[in-house]
Design a protein around this ligand. Structure first.
Ligand code: ZN
Length: 989
């Protein structure tokens, strides 16, 4: 061998030093600061700005890292990329956090000390909300810098900057002018402790409160009491056989408006928030009611009250109407009760009621058993506490909702579809005074202060009216014209736009901008964060502090008014007037306007999947409300969340790792790659430190390999063009093509798999082939391969790639290098089959010698005859065109085909074998072979002889290659007749 690969000692790279070095150079050379450049296409990319109430942990990093990869990728594709960042101070959580510090909340202080490692003297200063936000703001920014994000920091702002508030006031006056802001009474998720509406940002686990509206059916008890049952299916009152009450729960008699209701304590409390006047009269045990009966005013009959443990006192009124024919829980609870002799005799109950069938569906049309019985039996339910009952219920409810019809003998709603019957009955019983409605949270939601949230009917509250039909239409128009990645999440967007209604947009406390026409209210955090991407183009021209204002090139925030924003963002008004009003020069005003015109719209918006139902939907709505069509955003990219060693990250599990700590221990590039390789974009990725270590070792491997082979980068153009040279060159084109296509669609895991692992396989094969021929690997083919690999990797691992880029002799930044381009003339479809053939032959021979334990002295290889190749071609053609796929039919055709009929008659099995051969190849391979007219197997086998010899034998090994057609071939055992195209026959001695 000419070149021996010398082993380097296995030392680690100095990650911290490398990161520091490149970070400083990037900053000093301002390579990520982006201004309009009229001769270049722009790309404006943003990601949801962080809320600074904690340092970022490993889980936060995924979305930002993806956005940074995207920014770096586009930059290498010749775009003038703008990637800015701001900080979202708005809202109540920071305020309540400061109150908890003031009141010496030990749990919070421990979190600050032990997880966030904040020094004690700093903690004591965090009693002011703004100080908390400022502290974590700097902490997060530092982390983003350490991660290597290519952000233009000149445009940074916070949402409590004066200039930003002016901008948000402008947005709100605009929405109001367009009739999109309304005042009124609407239900909202509510924290009784904070006395504020809650949305996703305010809740433990970031859960968006979802509201449902129950119908309460009022049954009469002892003439003077109302027993209300909550249901989402009021049409089923015709199938009620009994009510359920939990015998172990406390109920109360409460004066609700002017009626005496019997409900659980919990329900009485919920009713208060819904603006009922509620006064508790007395308490009763659930067991006191069991065995008695209520009067059903709809059907004018008595209905007995039975005990059931599945009844949840927190759900609805804590009393359930039982429809055993159509509700699996009710059916099962009746079965359980009938078996419970003790209970039956204790309350003197006769449980042999119903079921009463009222709904028909084709899926549950049995005459013998009710739909509920059918499904309970098929799910093999044990008892009413069996968790499978939930699935059974969902299945049946969904079936009846979509395909159900009321039986013809049902009063008032007979023959109606379930949906029609539901609306009819709802309206009727409410107007007859035997029904009402009640809002409730569909999911259990806790405020970050620890209080369980409720639904409150807010009066005089300000709402953004996302229910406005015209507005919805425009929102649909935008998403229909927008790229959404991954595409599979598009339906979720459509659904959200569908169900969004009025949404509270202001609160009485918290940080943020006052409602411009009513300064008792502060605009809440999911309302002031929807069009701020436009503000990135203004922020660096605005000075928020009057005293610091010496700069001629900036506008004082105090001088901003609606005319300014109308001019700069919408192109309205007269320039001279606006310049005069904002006390700036015409040139500066023009410059800002041009900057906005150049960069807007947003080309890509990145965010976590949890923001689809709120932030991202509002982003769409508000853009169509405020901006003309040519300024509507172009793309949304959504990613899943991050698990830590398979578990959800949470404080209680103690598995929250601050990002900066992880970077310090493992280096930013390894963390970045780990976040991106463990899952495709929409799935939750599973972060683990074993994976980080594996990735870091892989990077080091790449580094060591390049460092060892530095001579490659000084190599002259090689004049050789051996088969393996053509092949590696062609492989490189496929790699560029596949990786680029994967990144474009954000199949990042796939792209990284190719760059980090598949490229090594190619490298290894190429080197083996060269070394077996005693040829140097220090050539331009490998130089290009290595260089391309580092370029492909650089958006993902920027520090590492800058370092290697320099190591191999470049004095420019790889961050600004050109993304590899595909050279069509170097794609050789034949070369893939050439090398595959050599690989397969070596593999086959190794297998044979291993099984037979023989040391081969002479190997004869026979390639298939010409006529077999023709036959192969004909079969491939039929399979690919999907004609005559049937074996018998193919045979019939070939028997009459002069070219192949002799062969087929002599060897009928061959057709079958070739069909199997072809079907076992991938679609890619089949297409490739279709494109080739013929394939000469002898050339690559001759060429691969040297490698075959070094892999399976020694220098004395003789290898001969014959065609089946050769008359003077050496073929003592008649092996050649077994040769098939791409499957040469082998004879070993
Ligand atoms: Zn709260």
């Amino acid at each position: 061998m000419v070149d021996s690969v010398e082993k380097l000692p296995n030392v680690e790279l100095e990650w911290a030093r490398i990161e520091e070095k490149w970070r400083k150079r990037w900053t000093d050379d301002k390579i990520f600061e982006t201004d309009p450049q009229l001769d270049k296409k722009k790309y404006f990319l943003t990601v949801a700005y962080p809320y600074p109430n904690s340092p970022q942990h490993v889980g936060h990093g995924r979305t930002y890292t993806l956005a940074d990869v995207h920014a770096r990728y586009k930059r290498m594709n010749n775009y003038n990329v703008l990637f800015p960042m701001g900080f979202h101070y708005t809202g109540t959580p920071i305020v309540s956090m400061s109150q908890r510090i003031k009141s010496n909340d030990l749990e919070l202080i421990e979190t600050f000390q032990q997880i966030y490692k904040i020094p004690d003297n700093v903690i004591s200063s965090l009693i002011e909300p703004k100080k908390i936000a400022d502290y974590f703001h700097q902490e997060i920014k530092q982390g983003m810098n350490e991660m290597g994000y290519s952000i233009d920091w000149r445009r940074e702002f916070t949402t409590i900057d004066k200039g930003y508030s002016k901008f948000i006031s402008w947005q709100f006056r605009n929405l109001r002018k367009n009739g999109l802001i309304v005042q009124g009474s609407h239900p909202v998720g509510w924290c009784p402790q904070d006395q504020n509406p809650v949305s996703q940002h305010d809740t433990v686990g970031d859960i968006e409160p979802e509201l449902i509206e129950y119908v309460l059916v009022k049954f009469k008890f002892e003439d003077q009491y109302v027993v209300p049952t909550a249901t989402l299916r009021p049409e089923t009152i015709f199938g009620v056989t009994n009510l359920w009450i939990n015998p172990d729960t406390k109920y109360v008699v409460a004066q609700v408006n002017n009626e005496k209701w019997i409900v659980t304590k919990e329900a009485a409390r919920k009713l208060e928030f819904l603006n009922a006047t509620v006064k508790l009269v007395s308490e009763i045990d659930g067991s006191d009611l069991i065995g008695k009966s209520v009067f059903d005013e709809k059907r004018k009959q008595q209905v007995p009250i039975f005990p059931a443990s599945f009844v949840d006192p927190n759900n609805g009124t804590g009393i359930v109407m039982s429809v055993p024919a159509h509700a699996p829980y009710d059916y099962q609870a009746l079965i359980d009760l009938r078996k419970d002799g003790k209970m039956l005799s204790k309350y003197n109950i006769n449980a042999n009621v119903g079921p009463i069938k009222i709904i028909h569906t084709d899926a549950f049309s049995s005459n013998e058993s009710s739909p509920a019985e059918t499904i309970v039996t098929s799910y093999a339910i044990k008892d009413q506490n069996d968790p499978k009952l939930e699935d059974a219920t969902n299945k049946l409810y969904s079936e009846e909702f979509h395909n159900g019809k009321l039986l013809s003998n049902i009063d008032e709603i007979g023959n109606l579809s379930v949906t029609e019957a539901r609306d009819t009955i709802r309206t009727k019983i409410i107007s007859q005074g035997i029904g009402t409605t009640m809002y409730e949270l569909k999911n259990s939601v806790k405020c970050r202060c620890g209080t369980t949230c409720v639904v409150k009917l807010l009066t005089n509250q300000w709402f953004i009216n996302y229910g406005n039909e015209n507005w919805k239409k425009m929102a649909y128009e935008l998403i229909d014209n927008m790229e959404i990645l991954p595409e599979e999440i598009r339906q979720e967007f459509t659904n959200v736009i569908d169900w969004l209604k009025e949404r509270a947009c202001a609160r009485k406390s918290g940080l943020g901008t006052k409602l411009p026409w009513d300064d008792e209210w502060i605009i809440e955090s999911l309302a002031d964060s929807v069009i701020y991407m436009a503000y990135y183009l203004l922020s660096r021209h605005i000075s928020n502090n009057q005293d610091l204002q010496k700069d001629e090139d900036k506008i004082l925030a105090d001088n901003l008014n609606d005319n300014f924003f109308d001019y700069v963002l919408l192109g309205k008004n007269n320039r001279d007037t606006v310049a005069m009003e904002s006390k700036i020069s015409n040139q500066l005003l023009e410059k800002i306007r041009n900057e906005f015109e150049y960069f807007y719209p947003v080309d890509s918006r990145h965010s976590g999947r949890d923001l689809v139902p709120n932030h991202l939907a509002f982003f769409i709505f508000n853009h169509v409300a405020i901006f003309p069509k040519d300024k509507w955003p172009k793309q949304i990219v959504v990613n899943g969340s991050v698990l830590m060693e398979g578990k959800k990250m949470s404080k209680s599990l103690g598995n929250i790792i601050p990002l900066r700590q992880a970077i310090e221990e493992y280096g930013a590039d390894s963390i970045r790659l780990t976040m991106l390789t463990s899952a495709e974009i929409l799935q939750d990725s599973d972060f683990s430190f074993d994976l980080v270590k594996g990735i870091r070792a892989k990077l080091f491997d790449i580094y060591r390999n390049m460092n060892t082979n530095l001579k490659i980068f000084k190599s002259q153009n090689s004049l050789d063009e051996d088969l393996e040279d053509v092949w590696i060159s062609s492989r490189l084109q496929s790699i560029i093509m596949d990786t680029t296509a994967a990144i474009e669609k954000f199949r990042i895991r796939e792209a990284l798999h190719t760059i980090l692992y598949l490229m090594d396989n190619d490298l290894e094969w190429y080197e083996k082939r060269k070394l077996a021929k005693n040829k140097s690997i220090f050539n331009n083919y490998l130089r290009e391969f290595y260089e391309t690999r580092i370029k492909l990797l650089s958006p993902f691992a920027p520090y590492f790639c800058e370092e290697v880029w320099e190591l191999i002799g470049n004095d420019s930044y790889i961050s600004k290098a050109q993304w590899p381009e595909i050279n069509q003339s170097r794609i050789s479809i034949k070369s893939e089959d050439n090398e595959k053939l050599i690989q397969n032959i070596i593999f086959d021979i190794q297998k044979i010698t291993k099984v037979t334990k023989m040391a081969p002295k002479k190997i004869s290889i026979y390639t298939a005859s010409n006529v077999k190749c023709k036959l192969y071609r004909k079969i491939l053609d039929r399979i690919q065109r999907q004609v005559t796929p049937n074996f018998g039919q193919i045979m019939k055709e070939f028997i009459n085909d002069n070219e192949v009929k002799e062969l087929v008659k002599r060897n009928p099995d061959l057709v079958k074998k070739i069909i199997d051969d072809i079907l076992s190849e991938s679609e890619n391979v089949r297409e490739r072979r279709m494109k080739m007219d013929s394939f000469d197997e002898k050339t690559p086998l001759d060429d691969g002889k040297s490698l075959l010899i070094s892999e399976v034998g020694n220098n004395q090994l003789e290898v001969h290659i014959y065609s089946e057609d050769d008359n003077d071939k050496y073929d003592p055992k008649q092996k050649s007749k077994f040769a098939r195209p791409y499957k040469p026959a082998i004879y070993i001695e």
